[in-house]
Design a protein around this ligand. Structure first.
Ligand code: NDP
Length: 273
């Protein structure tokens, strides 16, 4: 029987997940469809119950439901517990298990670049995405992680939980040339004037990542590139978080390089990373 998968969110119409997963299902000869479901917060519980009743085989969860879905699931894996957020659900015997593949997706994408795990790394931002990334970097063996954030208290809390250092923004800006890798995880990425951190002291040899992928090149990445840094946008994270979900559902590791090119083209750009 044909299997079905979904992504639930509000809004959801612009999601690229259906394109990505349907492409991989087709490529691997799997008889399945992946559909976007617009679910408002007040309907979340009914939506989850209905999906169980209708025999869904797996699903993704995006904003604003990543935390609210947790009490509606049967099991939670350790990463999702640490992050207190779920983006992927696997189904076995009608039991729903929540995972979070965002952080590991980012790390897989970063590791396709020449980064040195022993060199100092700076995370800019301390929201949900930064949280997943900080835990995943620690698990992947990065030894010197600092976190800075507009609201310093949140950087302190995350640093305490992940065994990292918290830096006030002014200190992070002054010490920027010390970091081999800088990761921009805030939601700031649209306007030229509003960089979340000044890049004046950024060194030319750093790897600089922005997890935003639409636009493909944020003002932050443009400035880092102009300074001679190797830059990485958020398409790789998006594709790799999806690939890890696909692997959990099917046991197959899909081709991420090809998908990064396809998604980049869909977003109107050349393949830059
Ligand atoms: P959150 O709302 O949890 O966190 C937002 C972060 O941005 C906080 O650190 C916040 O700082 C900071 N911030 C917001 N506005 C400003 C500002 N004007 N100046 C400085 N800092 C600011 O969001 P998420 O962590 O869930 O998502 C962040 C971004 O990551 C989004 O743009 C999202 O699209 C992207 N993302 C990309 C993914 C991918 O696959 N590539 C996956 C997941 C997310 P403060 O604490 O001070 O409010």
């Amino acid at each position: 029987m044909k299997k079905w998968y979904a992504v639930i969110g509000d809004p959801i119409s612009h999601s690229l997940s259906p394109f990505m997963h349907d492409y991989w299902f087709q490529q691997h000869g799997i008889d399945a469809s992946y559909i976007p479901l617009h679910v408002e917060p007040a309907d979340l519980q009914h939506a989850i119950e209905s999906m169980k009743l209708l025999g869904i085989s797996g699903f993704n969860i995006t904003l604003p439901h990543k935390q609210a879905v947790i009490p509606l699931l049967d099991q939670l894996d350790e990463t999702a517990q640490h992050m207190n957020a779920v983006n992927t659900v696997s189904v076995k015997d009608r039991s729903f298990k929540g995972f979070n593949t965002d952080g590991d997706g980012f790390v897989r994408s970063l590791l396709s670049y020449p980064v040195d795990k022993e060199k100092a790394l700076l995370i800019v931002g301390a929201g949900g995405a930064a949280r997943g990334i900080a835990f995943a970097l620690e698990r992947a063996g990065f030894t010197d992680i600092s976190i800075t954030n507009r609201t310093f208290r949140r950087a302190q809390e995350l640093a305490l939980e992940t065994g990292s250092k918290a830096l006030v923004m002014a200190d992070a800006e002054a010490q920027l040339s010390d970091f081999g890798t800088v990761i921009q995880t805030t939601s700031v990425g649209l306007t030229e004037e509003a960089l979340p951190i000044s890049l004046t002291h950024l060194g030319s040899g750093s790897v600089v990542a922005d997890i935003i992928y639409n636009p493909l090149e944020t003002p932050f990445l443009k400035q880092a590139e102009a300074k001679g840094c190797l830059v990485l946008n958020g398409v790789g994270m998006f594709v790799n978080q999806g690939a890890i979900a696909f692997e959990k559902w099917t046991g197959i590791r899909p081709d991420t390089e090809e998908m990064i090119k396809l998604i980049t083209e869909k977003l109107g750009g050349n393949h830059v990373n």
